[in-house]
Write a protein of this length. Sequence first.
Length: 193
Amino acid sequence: MKGYFLLALMLCSFFGSFAQRDKAYFASGCFWCVEAIFEAVPGVIDVKSGYCGGKTENPTYREICTGLTGHAEAVEVTFNRKSVSYETLLEVFFYSHDPTTLNRQGPDVGTQYRSAIFYVEPYQKAKAEAFISQLLIENKFKRITTSVEKMNAFYKAENYHQDFEKNNPTHPYVNSVGKERKMKFLKKYKNRN
């Protein structure tokens, strides 16, 4: 009997922590950079690079790079809502890229590098729109080109894109763009108030 009780207690604990998991989807330029930034946030459980916001089913990186599929390079952020709020993730998103540039982040140009928030729940849409309005009211940015779009499908990118910065620390793009962007974000985020 004691064994069943312990098993039931463990299962409740497991399913309880699983139930606290939510997903959020963000696009703000090259997903290698975005993934590395969100992985540094306490309460984030997992980050996957992929594609969303387009028409092509199961697109490949080569197809995305043409800019013709309508997809954005994006990340799927799995987070524990008891440890980190959706509002905090929005803050990370806006502090980690330039939301004033249309279809561009740093050296990357094209609709696949657009600034976008893909919502899966109505509360995410409402919070994202309110957050953008507040940033504009407070004159944090002169304009914001970030779109707020309904999430239709997330297609995980090819395996070599996952954990790219961790697995390729000496890659020229990581050294010239990714690390600088992450350090700039960490400095800005630390001094945000």
